[in-house]
Design a binder for this molecule. Structure first.
Ligand code: ATP
Ligand code: MG
Length: 552
């Protein structure tokens, strides 16, 4: 990885190269195209691509598409886009489905060696026969079929002579193994389903545990990195490589999954949120998907840095979402132009400012990064300020606008509240102020001090804009583990995770386009929503507010 900090996988690779066990490193990122990528996948991507790169190795993108019922071309396309957007280039592009013929041949080889058999037990029966952690399994009555009979039945399975579930092919290993994964695992099933890649060519499909090691071996993957829930499958992985007589022998290494607080990550759950319309798609800015984070305004740099800092270990890491937010602030601090937007407008009329006059004020685009230059902001007799920046009857220590008080308008003048205008119901609809021309920003005025600084936009030229403010999607911090007591994560969906408000932005932002990012004074970082923004409506997604209590 870029920062070259050490982790146990890097150590293994280094030792393998030094000892001569390997003379190069090849990794792969192997998503199943059954959903969009999420931030957990970003960890796998950063580790696989990053480590291979450290050793001048290569990384392939491989679609693990052995389950046609759940897979789709839409997901293939989205995954490619997301990997590229994160900043990685794969060496080779592969589909597990391209190896179906070879996998079939390897299964036939197992049958010929007496290491696989066709079983007629139902899925339920297989489960009952499997035993438990404390009890050994029972052998299937079909376990000792002859090689000839198995070959014939497997051919018939391929030829479509059986219904789904009627027969399976099982590896013949050890029904009393302490490792349940080795108790004759199913390696092929019948599934009359159209595959996004191979169409109707096949009606039997290999199981993940059989297919994955073969895919790695075929592609010459040296280090096959996966998450720790596959640790118990490693003996089976090695068995498949060995018994299928693969010449190249990849090594499986497991690392801990990345989870985030206040969200769910498994694709099954994310799909449920999409299908049941809790969100408006996989790329909804509230989703922990790469496409959702992108649309919200996260940058690839921030995501990569976050993943690196979250570390590589064997343990599952549930990381505070605030840490992710920390890294996007860090990244945008130097990059995002500063601007002013009023989210909940209140009209202010400056009574002693000449009617019809508009002056242009100069402001730095980003004081943290002077190279970004200057922008111009119009100022006139009518402006909008934030409703919350005025109180008719303020508590102590309220330093914003109230009757008789003077405040600074950012980049402009001091104004003083002289009069409050209300409608018939008593709502404040307008504030009348006076301004002091001596106090113009940038002129070095030191005559007197004021405590409050307000942002504002000039009213006649202000551009209406929509702001989407987000809260966590799931109310439970440990939502990923929360399927207990009959409650599921769906019961914890936050009904107030999105607030949409109509406000105004500076006129110099008229050309803002999808994915442009800004820091709005006091409100935080915002991204122009590429999906909802049209030529006559600009929609901003709040990426993150300015303040955080998070400490790295
Ligand atoms: P999910 O349970 O979310 O569907 P998955 O593991 O089934 O995830 P795959 O498409 O099979 O999803 O994953 C591709 C790669 O990404 C695998 O190597 C997997 O281990 C890794 N991966 C998936 N989720 C995470 C995560 N939360 N943290 C780290 N790596 C992950
Ligand atoms: Mg999976």
């Amino acid at each position: 990885m870029e920062n070259n900090s050490s982790n146990f996988i890097r150590t293994i690779m280094k030792e393998d190269l030094e000892s001569g066990k390997r003379d190069h490193v090849i990794t792969r990122f192997p998503p199943e195209p059954n959903g969009y990528l999420h931030i957990g996948h970003a960890k796998s991507i950063v580790i696989n691509f990053g480590l291979a790169d450290d050793f001048n190795g290569r990384t392939n993108l491989r679609f693990d598409d052995t389950n046609p019922l759940k897979e789709d071309q839409e997901y293939v396309d989205a995954i490619k886009e997301d990997v590229k957007w994160l900043g990685y280039e794969w060496e080779e592009l592969h589909f597990a489905s391209n190896y179906f013929e070879e996998m079939y041949d390897r299964a036939v080889l197992l049958i010929n060696k007496g290491k696989a058999y066709v079983d007629d037990l139902t899925a339920d029966e297989i489960r009952q026969y499997r035993g438990t952690l404390t009890e050994p399994g029972k052998e299937s009555p079909y376990r000792n079929r002859s090689i000839e009979e198995n070959l014939e039945l497997f051919t018939k399975m391929r030829d479509g002579e059986f219904q789904n579930g009627e027969k399976v092919l099982r590896a013949k290993i050890d029904m009393s193994s302490p490792n349940i994964n080795l108790r004759d695992p199913v390696i092929y099933r019948v599934s009359h389903a159209t595959h996004h890649n191979t169409g109707d060519n096949w009606c039997i499909y290999p199981m993940y545990a059989f297919a994955h090691p073969l895919e790695d071996a075929i592609e010459g993957v040296t280090h096959s990195l996966c998450t720790t829930e596959f640790e118990d499958q490693r003996p089976l992985y090695n068995w498949v490589v060995e018994e299928c007589e693969m010449t190249h022998k990849p090594q499986q290494i497991e690392f801990g999954r990345l989870n985030l607080t206040n969200t769910v990550m498994s694709k099954r759950k994310l799909k449920q949120l999409v299908d049941e319309k809790f969100v408006d798609g996989w790329d909804d800015p509230r989703m922990p998907t790469i496409s959702g984070l992108r649309r919200k305004g996260y940058t690839p740099e921030a995501i990569r840095q976050f993943v690196k800092e979250s570390g590589v270990s064997k343990g599952v890491a549930t990381v505070d979402t605030q840490m992710l937010e920390h890294f996007v602030r860090e990244d945008l601090k130097m990059k995002a132009p500063r601007t002013m937007g009023v989210l909940r407008p209140l009209k202010v009329v400056i009574t002693n400012y000449p009617e019809g006059q508009v002056e242009m004020l100069d402001a730095e685009i980003n004081p943290e990064n002077p190279e970004m230059g200057m922008r111009q902001i119009p100022f006139s007799r009518e402006i909008y300020i934030e409703q919350e920046d005025f109180m008719e009857d303020p508590p102590k220590k309220y330093f914003r606008l109230f009757p008789g008080n003077e405040v600074r308008l950012k980049h402009a003048y001091f104004i003083k509240c002289e009069e409050v205008i209300k409608d018939e119901e008593g709502n404040v609809v307008e504030i009348r102020c006076t301004y002091d021309p001596e106090t113009k920003s940038g002129t070095g005025f030191t005559g007197r001090k004021v405590k409050g600084t307000l942002h504002w936009v000039e009213a006649t030229q202000a551009i209406p804009a929509e702001f989407c403010l987000y809260e966590p999607l799931i109310l439970d911090e440990e939502a990923e583990e929360a399927d207990t007591d009959g409650k599921t994560f769906l019961d914890m969906v936050n009904e107030n995770s999105l607030e949409i408000i109509q406000g105004f932005i500076e006129p110099n932002m008229k050309d803002a386009k999808g994915q442009d990012k800004f820091q709005f004074f006091r409100h935080g970082y915002f991204n122009v929503d590429p999906k909802q923004t049209t030529s006559d409506k600009t929609v901003f997604n709040r990426i993150v507010s300015l303040k955080s209590s998070f400490k790295l």
